[in-house]
Structure formats: structure tokens, C-alpha cells
Design a protein around this ligand. Structure first.
Ligand code: AMP
Length: 188
């Protein structure tokens, strides 16, 4: 099963993805994690994306599509992927559909964690200082949220038309959101 965890920055996608890795032995494919690893390794790719990420803007579609493509064999072997932070644009969503189709696979569910912008800002405000991420500061976070609203949220109708979209309340506790995700995946 291939699942997209969809939602604004700091909605809890990473936390929930890691839980699904534990409980369902799926592979978490987080383009944000892959890009941070590239920066940490000092690679040419890392140097190219560091400034863009720090500002909170999106890196180019080609870069993230290539990163995902290189990891799809792992997901096949594990029996499924949890896409976390990808796709973020329509071009990425279309590329993902084509890549999966080429492997005889597809996206099964898109789980949208719904959170309110104002509540999100409040939730993250206290965490900026301790996060250690260069893009976790009020200025970059605003840019990340705007990128989500203008470039990523328009993907929702794309997946709704495909009948794959499930909307979940992302404002509850980690356990409450986890229970809602399990229900959506198991159809109970
Ligand atoms: P994340 O950890 O998912 O919040 O991603 C952190 C940053 O990495 C984003 O603000 C973007 O700069 C970049 N990034 C991660 N995934 C993507 C993507 N799918 N498309 C474009 N940029 C991305």
C-alpha cells in the first residue's frame, strides 16, 4: 500500500510517518529528510538547496522527483511507502503517478491532516528555539506555510477526483491522530 501524508508544515506528518514505519513496516520517503541529509553530507546537491530550504521556499521539482525515484525500489521491497512532504506541486504529483504506474503500482490513499493556520502558528511558536532546523523560525515558517497554501493545497482536488482523499482532524493528540489514520487505512 502506498500512502501520502498530506498537510502543512508542522502538521505532524513526520511523527505519524515514523509510527507507520514501526507498525506496518512501510518505508518513509521524506524529501525534506533526504534534502537535509544532502546538506549534512556537504554534497553538491546539498550546497545547491541549502539557501532555498533555509528561506522556506520549494526546491525544484526535478530534484525531488529524482530523489524519490531512486528510493522507490526500497518501497517495493517493503510492500509500500509513506510519502511525507512529497508531492508538493501538481508536476510532482503527476510525476509520482507516472513513476508508480511504470512499476505496476499506484497511490492508494491520501491522508490529509487538517489543521488551522492560526493554531499551527501558535503550536510551533514555542518550538522554534529548540528545533535546530534553520527553517524553523517565524520568517521561514511563514514562507513554508504560504508555499503550502499556494502550491501544495491545490493538489487536494487532484486526489479528490481520483477518489483517494481522506480528510482527518490533525489538531488532536498524537495518539488521536494515529487512531484516525489507522481507521482510514484499515477501513474500519
Ligand atoms: P519538510 O521537512 O518536508 O518540511 O521540507 C523542508 C524543506 O525542504 C521545504 O521547506 C522545501 O524547501 C524542501 N522540500 C522538501 N520536500 C520538497 C518537495 N517535495 N518539493 C519541493 N521542496 C521540498
Amino acid at each position: 500500500m502506498n500512502v501520502i501524508l498530506f498537510g502543512p508544515p508542522a502538521a505532524g506528518k513526520g511523527t505519524q510517518a515514523k509510527r507507520l514505519v514501526e507498525s506496518r513496516h512501510m518505508v518513509q520517503l521524506s524529501t525534506g529528510d533526504m534534502l537535509r541529509a544532502a546538506i549534512a553530507s556537504g554534497s553538491e546537491l546539498g550546497q545547491r538547496v541549502a539557501g532555498i530550504m533555509q528561506r522556506g521556499e520549494l526546491v525544484s521539482d526535478d530534484i525531488v522527483v529524482e530523489l524519490i525515484e531512486s528510493r522507490l525500489p526500497e518501497a517495493d521491497a517493503a510492500g509500500g511507502a509513506i510519502f511525507d512532504g512529497f508531492p508538493r506541486t501538481l508536476a510532482q504529483a503527476e510525476a509520482l503517478d507516472a513513476m508508480l504506474k511504470g512499476r505496476g503500482s499506484q497511490i492508494d490513499r491520501v491522508l490529509r491532516l487538517k489543521v488551522d493556520d492560526a493554531a499551527l502558528m501558535q503550536r510551533v511558536a514555542g518550538r522554534f528555539a529548540e528545533s535546530g532546523r534553520p527553517d524553523d523560525n517565524p520568517e521561514s515558517f511563514k514562507v513554508r506555510l504560504a508555499a503550502y497554501n499556494t502550491q501544495t493545497a491545490p493538489l487536494l482536488p487532484y486526489y479528490e477526483r481520483q477518489g483517494k482523499l481522506v480528510e482527518l482532524d490533525g489538531m488532536g493528540s498524537i495518539d488521536e491522530v494515529a487512531a484516525a489514520i489507522d481507521k482510514a487505512l484499515d477501513g474500519k
